[in-house]
Design a protein around this ligand. Structure first.
Ligand code: NAP
Length: 548
């Protein structure tokens, strides 16, 4: 069956840019990309809030597939700012010439499979339809912003912003009263910067968070030159790591080491800055008692930094193990609570009742503000995919297939949805790793798969329901060996009312996962049905397949 293009790619973030490049230039396929924003960059296009930075170090939060790119680009800070990362995405997109394959300012509203014809039809908000043999979703894990449905929100008279959809022209906080709801990574990065600019900041905290200092610094030209000289070997080494980042290895079990060694290690990592703090010991993420040692260290730091003991107590996390909600990385977050223009409203017991015309209302009191910032997070991992209106075989909506949570084989492919690939989808390492190496691994695997199919004259591939079930069980079993399920986190879907509580990412490490994916490919794509078999599986009823 003739289609408009071979492949539709949805999203022009780091995944979309690379997928478009590789499929066009290596596989020789025709690609149509769609992107809701007016430019490339994905997360970094939308998240323009003050203080936005990456929490993976810049030198590794970058593509490794092209040495010319990594030699030409120079990072200026240890943790790159949002504008610098967005410049980088633009630099790469221009260099690879991928922009011409995209329709920007174009929202995809449905992607539907025609089983008889063996093609996907992607439709946009303007009503444009494009048929393709394959669809690749490159929509990111944290792109479906979660705006809580507070009563009265529509009648708020001030300015309202969500960190994940920040105005391009910026926001002027000078002389303003600002309310911030949310103290996750976004709030923790934005609050110190807003507090420096605004007259008054009122923070509405439901759950206190653990955060470690970033210790940001500029990267010297000489330092970057040294990194560039070793980039090829460094990238190869990173492929053998669980998270695709450079971390100092753990020094042993927190339950077995002497107290002074534990203290010295945590002191050293706290001074070094960044999330490697969490890697001090082998058992921090698997044993509650071991975890408590690192958690208690952070609590002591809060007590040291925050001068008002009552306030320190309020912002001290106690109800969940450190690291089970993603560890935050900050610059002067806890210190900001010493500022005279910062007020804290604890909304654990008394929730935000509604948003009044002048500001949030808690326990009958309206907190007046000129600007209300929602740092309230995302419908993570599955949310961006569910918003695409995907329908697979027999017209099955992805939403129905996932009514018990995001089920997928390898986080790459969903039973009942042939020829559709989800870059960093649920059940893949994704958010537990440096996203760019994970993106590269997925895109390269898909590219190899498509050329293998081409070579073998196979037109259709689909994850088998059995392989998907086994994979979901494996992902759950690995998560169960960790403390992750103990927190009500976005990893678990707990931040979205009504969302099934399932730990979504694969916690077995990117290195292990990469090896598994390679073995599956080498064995002829075990767990997938190919060609004729996939077509005959089309005859099987979907009941008990997608929802199994
Ligand atoms: P988040 O971690 O989900 O935090 C959302 C915050 O909003 C939480 O404090 C949450 O409280 C609060 N909240 C949500 N609904 C609320 C309500 N109805 N009333 C009161 N409080 C409410 O979201 P995020 O901060 O945007 O971060 C999400 C992820 O994005 C991060 O974990 C990270 O992976 C990524 N990110 C990374 C960076 C970086 O690279 N440095 C920066 C920003 C984001 P509860 O905890 O009680 O639910």
């Amino acid at each position: 069956m003739k289609t408009d293009v071979d492949v539709v790619v949805v999203g022009a973030g780091f995944a979309g840019i690379y997928a478009t490049h590789l499929l066009r230039n290596k596989n020789g396929l025709s690609v149509q990309g769609f992107e809701k924003g007016s430019g490339v960059g994905g997360t970094w296009f939308w998240n323009r809030y003050p203080g936005a930075r990456c929490d993976a170090e810049s030198i590794v939060y970058s593509y490794s597939f092209d040495d010319e790119i990594q030699q030409e680009w120079t990072w200026s800070e240890r943790w790159a700012t949002q504008p610098e990362i967005l410049n980088y995405a633009n630099f790469v997109a221009d260099k690879l010439g991928v922009r011409e394959s995209y329709a920007f300012n174009t929202e995809v509203t449905s992607i539907e499979w025609d089983d008889a014809a063996g093609l996907w039809t992607t439709t946009t908000a303007e009503g444009r339809s494009t048929t393709s043999r394959f669809v690749i979703t490159a929509v990111g894990c944290l792109s479906a912003a979660q705006m809580p449905q507070f009563e009265g929100l529509q009648d708020f008279q001030g300015e309202l912003y969500h960190t994940g959809s920040w105005p391009h022209e910026g926001v002027d906080f000078a002389g303003k009263k600002v309310a911030v709801i949310g103290t996750g990574s976004s709030g923790i990065q934005a609050i110190p910067v807003i507090a420096q600019q605004a007259d008054q900041v009122t923070i509405f905290q439901r759950t206190p968070n653990y955060t470690v200092p970033a210790r940001n610094r500029t990267l010297g030209v000489d330092e970057m030159a040294l990194v560039k000289a070793v980039y090829p070997t460094l990238r190869e080494k990173l492929k053998q790591t669980p998270a695709g980042v450079m971390v100092k290895p753990p020094i042993g079990s927190a339950l077995k080491l002497p107290a002074e060694e534990i203290r010295a290690e945590l002191d050293s990592r706290w001074a070094q800055g960044g999330p490697t703090f969490m890697n001090a010991f082998t058992d921090t993420m698997s044993d509650r008692q071991a975890n408590e040692i690192t958690a208690e260290y952070v609590r002591e730091k809060i007590a040291e930094i925050v001068k008002d003991p009552e306030r320190a107590e309020l912002i001290t996390p106690k109800s969940y193990p450190v690291g089970t909600k993603r560890i935050c990385v900050d610059t002067d977050y806890y210190e900001t609570y010493n500022r005279p223009n910062v007020e804290l409203v604890d909304v654990r017991e008394h929730r935000i009742e509604r948003i009044g015309a002048k500001g949030p209302v808690v326990n009958g009191q309206e907190y007046e503000c000129d600007i209300l910032v929602m740092a309230t997070g995302y419908d993570a991992i599955t949310g961006p995919l569910l918003r695409l209106g995907i329908k697979g075989r027999e017209g099955l909506p992805l939403k129905e297939a996932w009514d018990e949570g995001g089920k997928s084989y390898l986080g790459l492919s969903v039973a009942g949805f042939p020829n559709l690939f989800t870059v960093t989808g649920p059940g893949s390492p994704s958010v537990l790793t440096n996203m760019i190496p994970s993106i590269e691994q997925h895109v390269e695997w898909i590219s190899t798969l498509l050329s293998d199919l081409e070579e073998r004259g196979i037109e259709r591939i689909e994850a088998s329901a059995e392989a998907q079930e086994e994979w979901v069980a494996k992902v759950n079993a690995i998560a169960a060996q960790t403390l992750y399920p103990e927190a009500a986190s976005w990893y678990m879907g707990s931040n979205i009312p009504g969302k099934p509580r399932v730990f979504m990412p694969y916690a077995g490490g990117l290195h292990t996962y990469r090896q598994l994916c390679d073995e599956i490919a080498a064995a002829g794509y075990t767990g997938f049905t190919l060609g004729e078999d996939a077509e005959s599986s089309a005859a099987k009823p979907l009941v008990g397949v997608a929802t199994a």
